[in-house]
Design a protein. Sequence first.
Length: 86
Amino acid sequence: MAAKPLTAAEKAWLKKLQAVFDECPSARLSAYTVGDPFLSIYDKTLDAKIYAHQDKNGCEFDNAVDALGAGLAMISTPFPIHSTAG
């Protein structure tokens, strides 16, 4: 069963959302989710340190971000954002 097409209101909302993302004033911002209705925003200039912390401590990405104080903000969404790989 295929998904129903987007409604006009959904299309308009997604267009506005994309416009907001496109206005990002900084190249250092990045985001991740752990499969909940939040986007965690962090300082991606610390990626090398985050990865090194993960390798050294065998921890998940979000735990490394927290340990290094790289988190900057959390954005809630009206729906869950699934965390997938691949």
